[in-house]
Design a protein around this ligand. Structure first.
Ligand code: AMP
Length: 187
């Protein structure tokens, strides 16, 4: 079973992805984590992307798509992919369709965690204290939110007519959201 967790920054995608990894023996494909790892390891890619990440801007499709591909084609992860933070644009959604098609896979569930701007700002302020992410200060959050509205939110139109698309109120408590997801998955 492959799942997309979709929503603005701070919607709780990572939290729910970690839960689903345990519950389903799956693999969290967080493009944010994958990119942060490149920065932490100080790779050539890491050096190229650090400024964009810190400023809340997108990393290029070329880089993100090539890193993603390894995970989608990994035979161990096949049919156990839990996407968190990808796709983030219509072109990424089309790329994902292509990669899945080419590896004989599909998306089984898309969960849209819907959260308003005020809640996002409050949550990310708390996350900055806990995780010390350099892109979690208020001005960068606002930038990331604008990028979400402009480029990521239109992906909803791409998916929302599918019967496997489910909108969930992401302002609920973590375990309430988990229960909703479990109900859809029948697990
Ligand atoms: P996240 O951990 O999902 O909040 O992502 C943190 C940052 O990583 C984003 O603000 C972007 O700079 C970059 N990033 C993560 N996923 C993507 C993606 N799918 N496309 C482009 N940039 C991304």
């Amino acid at each position: 079973m492959n799942i997309i967790l979709f929503g603005p920054p701070g919607a709780g995608k990572g939290t729910q992805a970690k839960y689903l990894v345990k519950k389903l023996n799956g693999y969290q494909i967080s493009t944010g984590d994958i990119l942060r790892e490149e920065i932490n390891k100080d790779t050539d890619i890491g050096k190229k992307i650090i400024n964009n990440m810190n400023e809340g801007k997108f990393v290029s499709d070329e880089i993100v798509n090539s890193l993603l591909k390894n995970h989608v084609f990994d035979p161990i992860k096949k049919e156990k992919l839990i996407f968190d933070g990808y796709p983030r644009s219509i072109s990424q959604a089309k790329n994902l369709d292509l990669l899945l098609n080419n590896s004989n896979q599909k998306i089984d569930y898309i969960f849209f965690l819907n959260v308003n701007k005020e809640t996002i700002i409050e949550r990310i302020k708390k996350r900055k204290i806990l995780e010390k992410r350099t892109d979690d200060d208020v001005s960068t959050i606002l930038k990331r939110y604008d990028v979400y509205i402009e480029t990521t939110r239109p992906v909803l139109d791409y998916y929302s007519k599918n019967s496997n698309f489910h909108e969930i109120d992401g302002t609920m408590e973590i375990d309430q959201i988990t229960s909703k997801i479990e109900a859809f998955l029948n697990v």
